[in-house]
Design a protein around this ligand. Structure first.
Ligand SMILES: NC(=O)c1ccc[n+]([C@@H]2O[C@H](COP(=O)([O-])OP(=O)(O)OC[C@H]3O[C@@H](n4cnc5c(N)ncnc54)[C@H](O)[C@@H]3O)[C@@H](O)[C@H]2O)c1
Length: 435
């Protein structure tokens, strides 16, 4: 149903790093989106972002239970709460009549995915998942070329993700995704649900049928701690000055990962001075902990093999602790191939020729590389959500729930396959999810 051309009114649910980033679309495209309400339990964040987005005090809520049904203060919701809150908050928003843009992972297991699917079906509302990479030019260009038949019919797809040592140690060792026991998300779910989603989206002439996986952990364990390593870089470590993971070097001297490392200090002051930062890392900041003794329990390498129902073979490899981040792609079809690395901003398309001039054609396509971690996908995702809510045609990247479910199912099936050392049929999980 097409609604009016007025900006879509949205409530921001979870005013953390991601939620604020998406909401900023309202500042660059006020004719498209207006943030008219906020739900955030943390009073500092609630008031800070409530003021920034010009939200009336009456529409700043501490809890979802206080938010009125859709129509009064907003008709859409940006749900950027933490992983373990997604299903609970999104089902509530859908039941209250909101169209929802939900952060990934949409659910933490197949059972939860079923609950979410059911909530979406019964509400009839729009539910889109924040698979931002689908909107990065690198992947949309590959998708368009595949859809246009430029490489013929896809036969195989190889993908890899290399998580850099600074990103790995910040988020998946010291940070909130370092322990699946605490976050509820495996490494494959937290980091690579994007990649498996891309695999199913790029080769979507058929659904994935079965999956195998293996993985291990052995990098950030106490047994690997070098001689002289302590428990915190700046309190009891004698190798801090030469350690690659020094919190001082990574978060103060190199200024990396600011939005994560200092967020817990936000209530004190968003602008800590140098001494305050060092003191924080020395005492209670989780990002000041020794990487070998931070309690990391998520895998640091994993491989996933996928068979699609039409015979397409997919393979995905996760490697971590690389000097630089990179995501690579190689799709081979009956008439050609597409390959490239996201961070290099180039896709190479080769087509088999039929004349005698050369054995193949080659085209190099420049894709934009932006400063954000998602190849420029964050903002176009929100723009697409707004279009869909307005009843306008969605883009080719559209991450509507029904079209986003296979990537998550693949993650859950791969984890089961890894734990049980066997091929897992997706149908095993589909009986659980009813997908
Ligand atoms: N799409 C991506 O590529 C991508 C990248 C990074 C993170 N993420 C995901 O985004 C999500 C948010 O991550 P973040 O770093 O912004 O986290 P964050 O902790 O900065 O933000 C979450 C916010 O939700 C609030 N909150 C908690 N319970 C709530 C509730 N019941 N109702 C409303 N608000 C509530 C918290 O107080 C916090 O302010 C996570 O699930 C994460 O996995 C996605």
């Amino acid at each position: 149903m097409t609604r009016s051309s007025a900006p879509v009114r949205a409530v921001l649910v979870g005013a953390g790093h991601r939620g604020v980033l998406y909401s900023r679309y309202a500042q660059v495209a006020p004719d498209q989106l207006a943030i008219t309400a906020i739900v955030e339990p943390d009073p500092t964040r609630r008031e800070r972002w409530g003021a920034e987005f010009g939200i009336p005090h009456a529409a700043r809520y501490a809890s979802l239970t206080d938010l009125p049904d859709a129509g009064e203060v907003a008709e859409a919701a940006i749900d950027a709460t933490m992983d373990q809150d997604h299903v609970r908050t999104a089902t509530r928003l859908l039941a209250a009549g909101y169209d929802v843009l939900l952060e990934k992972p949409s659910a933490q297991n197949a059972q939860e995915l079923m609950t979410l699917a059911e909530a979406q079906r019964t509400s009839g509302r729009i539910l889109m998942i924040c698979h931002v990479l689908r909107y990065a030019t690198f992947y949309t260009e590959a998708k368009h070329r595949i859809l246009a038949g430029e490489i013929g019919e896809p036969l195989s797809i190889e993908m890899a993700e290399h998580v850099s040592y600074d990103h790995m140690s910040m988020a998946y060792v010291r940070g909130r995704w370092g322990s699946s026991e605490q976050s509820g998300s495996s490494m494959l779910l937290a980091k690579c649900c994007h990649d498996l989603d891309l695999m199913t989206w790029l080769c979507n002439s058929a659904a994935p049928a079965r999956v195998a996986s293996s993985g291990s952990r052995g990098m950030f364990i106490p047994e690997r701690a070098p001689q002289g390593a302590g428990t915190r870089c700046l309190s009891d470590c004698s190798i801090e000055a030469t350690c690659s993971y020094s919190a001082r070097r990574l978060y103060v001297e190199l200024n990396g990962w600011q939005e994560y490392v200092w967020e817990q200090e936000e209530h004190v002051s968003p602008e800590l001075d140098l001494d305050q930062k060092l003191e924080s890392l020395r005492t209670d900041n989780r990002y000041g902990r020794c990487v070998w003794r931070a309690g990391n329990d998520v895998l640091d390498r994993q491989s996933v093999s996928v068979e699609f129902a039409d015979g397409v073979l997919g393979s995905f490899a996760l490697a971590t602790n690389t000097p630089a981040p990179s995501r690579t792609l190689h799709v081979v079809g009956t008439a050609g191939e597409i390959s490239g690395a996201l961070e290099e901003g180039t896709l190479r398309v080769r087509r088999i020729r039929t004349d005698a001039a050369a054995s193949f054609d080659e085209e190099m396509i420049k894709t934009s590389v932006t400063g954000d971690m998602h190849g420029g996908g964050d903002r176009p995702l929100v723009a697409d959500f707004v279009r869909v809510v307005r009843g306008e045609p969605a883009s080719v990247s559209s991450t509507q729930f029904a079209d986003s479910v296979n990537g998550h199912l693949l993650v859950f099936a791969a984890e089961l396959a890894r734990q049980e050392h066997r091929w897992v049929e997706l149908a095993e999980l589909q009986t659980v999810t009813g997908a």
